[in-house]
Design a protein around this ligand. Structure first.
Ligand SMILES: C[S@@+](CC[C@H](N)C(=O)[O-])C[C@H]1O[C@@H](n2cnc3c(N)ncnc32)[C@H](O)[C@@H]1O
Length: 430
């Protein structure tokens, strides 16, 4: 039986709400990330519609968590156990976002009623959510936009200032539209899907619905990729028949771009499971790459004309789409990630042809995983230089170019267009 909440005593299958609470418990209690939970089959017992609903309910709750906790605090003498808190939080968010009070309160009570340990708290859940139903929705919008947790807010405020961080938080709360990268012609993808063209050439959909039913999915005309994430491969500008290594490739968005440009691509990733997704994506789009499952630090191929190193990182630039991340993590792993990025950069340099190009990028907002890495790499390898001219591309604001010659993208940029992921990238020439 796949993981997930146990069916209730009357054997009715677990509902979308029960599964949303299970996701919240795992994220906040066990530090697990939503993609990892989904990949391990956490929602597999649900029908596709309920699966999407459970995920949406958990995401809405995580985005609105601080607001929900503020409202709940008024009605609770002491913080309840996490599972009970999460039922209350989910109910509060649903009520404050226009949910039907009767259905939301009843279902929350049913969720706890069969629970061995906390079943006796059903009266509390009923009473608190009734009060929230009465005064929560009016109070909700007046509450501040939820702040990032301290482990992340403090270093970001130091790097960018608190006004900028407030802009990031607005973008995180708003969530992200769906961006597509076209295999060949972006305008025809925009026309077919009803999307709009972004200044950097990605196609943006604000009401996408189910991705696999969009025109051009089956024929592999495009793939999902945030506009910011599409820029490293654009800037690397792979040429037909060039030997290009994608060193941390999965799930493969950048591999597809490199292959679509006509390069001879080697795609490598440590994770076998994630590498399967690269292969599936290549198959769907009819593109090609030699796929290797292995450790980037041990790869000895090449030498390559160009290397794209999209290094593992804190992923703090993707919170618009991954509301679970700030709640599942506490920053403890960042020191190890910084050391790994540095080792990968140094190893990648040894695989380049003389005069070759290395694109280093991370989907992180932390300068330690971006600007500082490149500044230090330039100091360690005096023959390298950062290619600023390569950043002079349509849609890129020169103000986004950093002192050491990289490009800093932030979630508060393009606010009127729907934002972008936080990303850092620099093109280094050997
Ligand atoms: C940011 S993701 C890459 C995203 C990918 N470039 C894309 O555009 O779809 C980082 C990847 O690094 C991989 N990774 C982590 N450690 C690695 C290692 N030592 N060697 C190779 N890949 C590694 C992870 O499995 C993960 O897929």
């Amino acid at each position: 039986m796949p993981p997930g909440p146990r069916p209730r005593r009357n054997d009715s299958p677990p509902s979308a709400r029960a599964n949303a609470v299970y996701l919240l418990d795992q994220i906040m209690g066990e530090g697990r990330l939503m993609p990892e939970l989904l990949a391990s089959g956490a929602l597999d017992r649900l029908e596709p519609g309920d699966r999407a609903r459970a995920q949406r309910l958990a995401t809405d709750t995580l985005r609105g968590l601080e607001r929900a906790d503020r409202l709940l605090k008024k009605h609770l003498r002491k913080p309840p156990p996490l599972h009970v808190s999460n039922i209350l939080r989910l109910g509060t968010v649903e009520l404050c976002m226009g949910g039907d009070a009767h259905g939301v309160v009843n279902d929350a009570v049913n969720l706890i009623a069969g629970h061995k340990r906390y079943g006796k708290l059903k009266g509390l859940i009923n009473a608190v959510l009734r009060k929230i139903a009465a005064d929560g929705p009016a109070a909700w919008a007046a509450l501040r936009v939820p702040h990032l947790p301290k482990w992340l807010r403090a270093p970001l405020a130091e790097a960018y200032g608190s006004t900028a961080v407030a802009g990031f938080e607005v973008a995180h709360y708003a969530g992200a539209p769906l961006d597509l990268t076209a295999r060949t012609n972006a305008q025809s993808v925009a026309d077919a899907t009803g999307g709009t063209m972004l200044p950097t050439g990605s196609v943006r959909l604000t009401q996408p619905g189910q991705v696999s039913t969009l025109p051009g999915f089956d024929t592999g005309d495009w793939w999902v990729q945030d506009a910011a994430a599409a820029l490293p491969a654009q800037i690397l500008s792979a040429q037909p028949n060039e030997a290009v290594l994608d060193l941390c490739a999965a799930p493969g968005g950048k591999t597809l771009q490199l292959s679509a440009a006509g390069a001879t691509v080697t795609a490598l990733d440590l994770s076998e499971q994630r590498m399967t997704r690269v292969e599936q994506n290549l198959m769907r789009t009819g593109l090609n790459a030699t796929c290797i499952t292995g450790d980037a630090l041990e790869h000895q191929g090449g030498p390559y004309d160009a290397i794209l190193l999209d290094a593992p990182c804190s992923a703090t630039g993707t919170i618009r789409r991954h509301a679970d991340l700030p709640h599942a993590r506490d920053g403890a792993e960042i020191g190890d990630l910084i050391a790994l990025q540095e080792a990968m950069l140094d190893h990648a340099i040894t695989l380049l042809k003389p005069g070759g190009r290395l694109m280093f990028c991370t989907c992180s907002l932390l300068p330690d995983e971006g600007e500082c890495q490149v500044e230090n790499a330039l100091a360690r390898h005096p023959h390298l230089r950062a290619d600023r001219a390569a950043l002079n591309r349509p849609g890129i604001d020169p103000a986004w170019i950093t002192e050491e010659g990289g490009l800093r993208l932030r979630p508060d940029y393009w606010a009127d267009l729907g934002g972008m992921d936080g990303f850092y990238m620099a093109l280094l020439r050997g």
